[in-house]
Design a protein around this ligand. Structure first.
Ligand SMILES: Cc1cc2nc3c(=O)[nH]c(=O)nc-3n(C[C@H](O)[C@H](O)[C@H](O)COP(=O)(O)OP(=O)(O)OC[C@H]3O[C@@H](n4cnc5c(N)ncnc54)[C@H](O)[C@@H]3O)c2cc1C
Length: 417
């Protein structure tokens, strides 16, 4: 049977699905509002790290253009700026992760898709265009990110306790931060830095148009000492912006501050600052249209998570593969099809959301014990790190206080033995 699939949106969700279907001989049409040149020359969109499960999917699609040992990183360093002295400990991945600026990544995948014969239509879709597009295809997928088309899918408040952002973001690509390098005594890694009560900062070595830079993803607590960075205007006074960031890092994120070469420290390029906030949101997996047709939500349209735990793009890619596989297997794309897809991807998608939401709260007594135990037990911390690939396993370990204590106890017993 010839199947024709429409995909609105060319982020990682839409592109990984389109490339998966193309690989399996299924006709997919992508409809999106920005062409590769627009994306490449635009403002920083995010600072995404792909974990090894996502890199494996890129290999399967034949789109891993960044398979270079110079780009990858192997571990997370955790730094807690505690009043009675800093806590610093490391957890390692079994296989490395990697961050490539999406202004390089997405255009490359769009070109891969069209070079292999795929069709991309460039236009902006409004909500009232959707019914007409549904009738063109056997199945329509909406993967337009955080924008207004998400309203097609009902909000599920039972899965998202928040109606407000929990962090105010100040994100940038910077020169002058040492993040280690292959062959150095301290190899390349990501730092997860915490200033209790004020927020977190994720420090990510990232490949950009201009080579390796350092992404500083500051996740600042509303009302905390760093909250105002969300509206500090870089373009109005770059020198004042830089100095304010330096002062805040010295006070709250000293582990990273100590790795800055102040002579070279500065925003990498004009378009390399992103400020704003994310409201964590889970929506229904699909919406019904006439003739028993349904439209499927994919990626951020389905579930938006705060970027703190680096899950949104990784689960979008996972969900794209689950959906792609279901499309390959099916001949009927009705409500039952949507239900099956929902069940297959829900555990990981919801686990990523629940885990991230938990981490946005001040630590409970059990989470406090976990942090301290990870600083004392390398295997425990390695498992926590590796499970960035498998958020459902993390949620198995963290879903209740009882589970957290049981997980720590099992590692402590092994260590004692
Ligand atoms: C600062 C930051 C850091 C992050 N770090 C990580 C990380 O380390 N790891 C991780 O996994 N995730 C991370 N994320 C989350 C990640 O960026 C998103 O989850 C992911 O990019 C979502 O992909 P998507 O394809 O669903 O949506 P998007 O990437 O938003 O793509 C949407 C597509 O739809 C198009 N579009 C939008 N509206 C329309 C319309 N009306 N008509 C036609 N086309 C339209 C857009 O142009 C785009 O092509 C981070 C996010 C932020 C903000």
């Amino acid at each position: 049977m010839n199947k024709s699939i429409g995909i609105i949106g060319a982020g990682i969700a839409g592109l990984h699905l389109a490339l998966y279907l193309q690989k399996h001989g299924i006709e997919a049409t992508v409809i999106t509002d920005r062409d590769p040149e627009d994306v490449a020359s635009g403002r920083l969109m995010n600072t995404v790290a792909h974990h090894s499960v996502t890199i494996a999917r890129e290999n399967a699609l034949g789109v891993n253009h960044w398979d270079d040992p110079d780009l990858i990183y192997h571990h997370h360093d955790h730094f807690f700026n505690m009043p009675d002295g800093p806590l610093l400990f490391r957890g390692a991945f079994k296989k490395p992760s990697r961050a490539v600026d999406y202004r390089l990544y997405l255009p490359a995948l769009m070109r891969d898709f069209t070079d292999r014969g795929g069709r991309i239509e460039y236009r902006t879709i409004q909500e009232n265009d959707v019914a007409g597009i549904v009738s063109r295809f056997d199945l329509l997928v909406v993967s337009t990110g955080k924008g207004p088309l998400g309203r097609l899918f009902q909000h599920r408040p039972e899965h998202t306790p928040y109606s407000q952002p929990q962090r105010l973001l100040c994100v940038g690509l910077w020169d002058g931060v040492d993040h280690g390098a292959p062959g150095q005594a301290d190899p390349r890694g990501v730092t997860l830095s915490v200033s209790p009560g004020h927020g977190e900062m994720i420090v990510i070595p990232t490949l950009t148009h201009d080579g390796m830079k350092t992404a500083l993803l500051m996740e600042n607590v509303p009302g905390g000492d760093m909250a105002d960075l969300v509206s500090l205007n870089h373009d109005a006074d770059p020198a004042a912006f830089r100095q304010t960031i330096l002062d805040k890092l010295e006070k709250h994120h000293t582990h990273t501050y100590n790795r800055i070469d102040t002579h070279r420290f500065g925003v990498a390029g004009q378009q390399d600052v992103l400020q704003g906030a994310v409201v964590p949101t889970v929506r229904q997996s699909s919406a019904s249209f006439d003739d028993d047709k349904c439209v499927i939500a994919l990626g951020d349209v389905h579930s938006v998570v705060d970027p703190m735990m680096g899950q949104g793009a990784n689960i979008a890619s996972y969900a794209a593969f689950v959906l792609g596989q279901a499309i390959v297997e099916s001949t009927v794309f009705d409500a039952r099809f949507c239900e099956v897809v929902d069940q297959r991807r829900e555990d990981r998608v919801l686990a990523a959301s629940r885990w991230t939401n938990l981490m946005l709260q001040p630590p409970s007594e059990a989470m406090g014990r976990l942090i301290f135990s990870m600083s004392q037990n390398r295997e425990l911390c390695d498992e926590f790190t590796e499970n960035f690939n498998h958020p459902e396993r993390t949620w198995d370990n963290l879903a209740s206080e009882k589970r957290i204590h049981a997980w720590i106890d099992s590692h402590m017993a092994q260590q004692a033995a």
